[in-house]
Design a protein around this ligand. Structure first.
Ligand code: ZN
Length: 73
C-alpha cells in the first residue's frame, strides 16, 4: 500500500487543538475544524499546550483509518 498523508492538519485555536481539512492554516486564518467549530488559528507557544479537542481527535483517527489507542492486556 502507498502511504498517503493525512488529509487534515492540526490547528490550535479557541482554547483547544483542533484538526482541520484546511492546509496548514496560518495564525489569524479563519478555520473550520472537523468538529464544526469555527475559530481563528493561533500558533502561539501557549496554544500548543491546549488540550486536544476530543471530537476532532476521533474524527482525525477515522480519516486516518487508524483505530484509537487501545490498552493492551
Ligand atoms: Zn475540534
Amino acid at each position: 500500500m502507498t502511504y498517503r498523508p493525512h488529509p487534515f492538519s492540526w490547528c490550535p485555536g479557541d482554547g483547544a487543538r483542533h484538526a482541520t481539512t484546511s492546509h496548514r492554516p496560518q495564525t489569524g486564518a479563519e478555520v473550520t475544524a472537523l468538529c464544526s467549530a469555527a475559530f481563528t488559528a493561533d500558533h502561539s507557544d501557549a496554544a500548543w499546550l491546549w488540550p486536544t479537542c476530543a471530537v476532532c481527535n476521533a474524527a482525525a483517527h477515522d480519516m486516518a483509518g487508524t483505530p484509537k489507542a487501545r490498552r493492551s492486556g
